[in-house]
Ligand binder design. Structure first.
Ligand SMILES: [Zn+2]
Length: 552
């Protein structure tokens, strides 16, 4: 459908039966990528109130200006709809936490040990030391509670895999997180013990989520606000206008209270991500909350993790889990075991129906993707599930045989581009079937993007356009922007209001420091927003643009 801006305006005016009031703001003389397939590129956009009045060529759109209209000369700059980061974890950290620096995402045992020793020498007494590790350290059973006690007898130490699904703690660390020798394993989680029943320091899956909850409960509101202000300011500077936040670290009630107090200037959707105890899943958390605590905050959806991530092998014995000897490495996704039984998965689906609440599931491997599809088959099929937009976070294990079923169920796949950068394996074209991206989009499956890693959306757009784990699945920069805006809005049932620069939608957009569609690949991550708007209001302005108050 060819778009005719004049026709839209005329029909709007006729409908209103009166002369249209002028635009509040007009941005003109730009390269505006709209994410709207009916008019992919425009030169100008007019905004009135919180919504977009029109998009089109500069001459036509400028006719909507009145004497008071703010006119912004884009000077040829690129504009995109505001980024909607569909998968983010806004976490809180103790103020005196010490980050143990290592050089790579998968450091060696020697490097981690040396870094801990160096950190202990400088750290305040009792400060929590946190080091990120990968499969090398996690797979080496010589790294455990006792080895860490020798390195850091007086400080709590937390080694966390970069996926956030596996941890190794020392004795002080176990104490810090409130894990006792008699602590019971929560459903879907584990505190590993040796043959004598003593804690080894390894903590997995939902037991780790409990630890993070415990830690953030100790962060004061004042410290939390400082951290959140920084998080949201950074997001606005990156042109992010919506964050979809998993409330795993903090219960959703506290998230809302803190976000309101900051106050958050961009939109935040909080997705409930409750924990488990030995008695089962917490199915009540956040269910009675208002859906829109204020105009920028939404609380909707509930997330459960159906499996882990290959780095930790979920519940396989530490040290036993091995990478296949040679590519392709798809086996690591094909064999990843379930965290919950199929009976629990069936219960999750029924809860989402009962609460009329979107079900969001962490699905990394093939087994979990197949399991939930099978349960959907057995509980009403596409008639019940076809329009409920069940979300698969990651969806790495949607192998070719599952893709048609994913499509039939209207499942939304939320992929995270930093996960596509061969972080799990040596370099090269390493997957034959895992981590599909382009083929899902071409099959008509809605694919949204979220960070779940580095927040920089331009770094992530670069990653999606490279897809070094499986180069044939790379997508174009334009496809990545559509996924990161319009499809991310679809993933939260908000595509009628957000996600593209289209007349009638909320004026959420970002003017960029450079043209992300044409700059050389290595330049992409250096992109910033020079002007970010949320609902027509400026939430970040670098001062780079020329603004005129009144002109024709
Ligand atoms: Zn995540």
């Amino acid at each position: 459908m060819g778009v005719c801006v004049a026709a839209i305006l005329v029909s709007g005016a006729v409908f209103a039966g009166t002369q249209e009031p002028p635009a509040d703001t007009i941005l003109f003389n730009g390269k505006i990528f709209t994410s709207d397939s009916s008019l992919p590129y425009a030169q100008a956009v007019a905004i009135r109130g919180e919504r977009i009045l029109a998009a089109g060529d500069s001459a036509t759109v400028k006719k909507l200006a009145g004497a008071q209209t703010k006119q912004i000369d884009l000077g040829g700059r690129t504009v995109i709809p505001g980024i909607n980061d569909a998968h983010n974890h806004v976490d809180l950290h103790p103020a005196n936490e010490v980050d143990v620096e290592t050089k790579s995402v998968n450091p060696s045992v020697a490097e981690v040990n040396a870094a801990i020793t160096a950190a202990v020498a400088k750290a305040p007494p009792h400060a929590l030391l946190v080091a990120n590790i990968g499969g090398t350290v996690f797979g080496d059973v010589s790294v455990n509670r006792d080895s860490l006690d020798k390195l850091a007898p007086g400080n709590p130490v937390e080694l966390e895999t970069f996926t956030g699904h596996g941890f190794i703690l020392n004795s002080e660390g176990l104490k810090f997180f409130g894990v006792a020798e008699n602590s019971k394993d929560p459903l879907g989680g584990r505190y590993e013990r040796d043959s004598a029943g003593r804690l080894t320091g390894t903590v997995r899956e939902y037991a780790g989520l409990g630890m993070q909850r415990y830690m953030s409960s100790k962060v004061s509101d004042a410290d939390a606000m400082t951290q959140l202000r920084q998080t949201f300011d950074e997001a606005a500077k990156f042109g992010i206008t919506t964050i979809q936040d998993m409330s795993d670290g903090t219960p959703p009630e506290r998230d809302v209270a803190l976000f309101e107090k900051v106050p958050v200037q961009i939109r935040v959707r909080i997705m409930r991500m409750p924990g488990t105890t030995a008695a089962g899943r917490d199915v009540a958390e956040g269910q009675g909350m208002p859906r829109h605590p204020n105009e920028l905050i939404t609380v909707s959806g509930t997330k459960w993790m159906l499996d882990g991530v290959p780095v930790e092998g979920t519940f396989t014995q530490r040290g036993e889990y091995k990478m296949p000897a040679a590519p392709p490495y798809d086996e690591i996704f094909r064999k990843l075991p379930l965290t919950f039984s199929e009976k629990e998965i069936a219960a999750m689906l029924q809860e989402s129906l009962k609460n009329d609440d979107q079900l969001i599931v962490h699905v990394s491997g093939y087994v979990s993707a197949k399991a939930i599809l099978d349960v959907m088959d057995a509980s009403g099929g596409t008639a019940v599930w076809g329009k409920r937009r069940v979300r698969f976070e990651h969806g790495d294990g949607i192998f070719a045989d599952l893709a048609p079923r994913v499509k039939a169920y209207g499942i939304v796949v939320v992929q995270n581009p930093s996960h596509l950068m061969a972080v799990l394996t040596p370099d090269g074209n390493v997957f034959a079937e895992a981590q599909p991206l382009k083929t899902l989009i071409e099959a008509g499956i809605p694919v949204a993007l979220g960070s779940d890693g580095p927040t920089n959306p331009f770094l992530n757009i670069m990653f999606a356009s490279l897809h070094t784990s499986r180069r044939s699945e790379a997508i174009t920069r334009e496809q990545a922007v559509v996924a990161y805006t319009l499809t991310s809005a679809y993933a939260e049932f908000a595509e009628k209001d957000k996600g593209s620069i289209t007349a009638g939608k909320l004026a959420d957009l970002a003017v960029l420091s450079q043209d992300i569609f044409t700059v050389p690949v290595p330049e992409m991550p250096k992109t910033e927003s020079v002007l970010t708007m949320v609902g027509g209001k400026t939430v970040y302005d670098s001062g780079a643009l020329k603004v005129a108050g009144a002109k024709n």
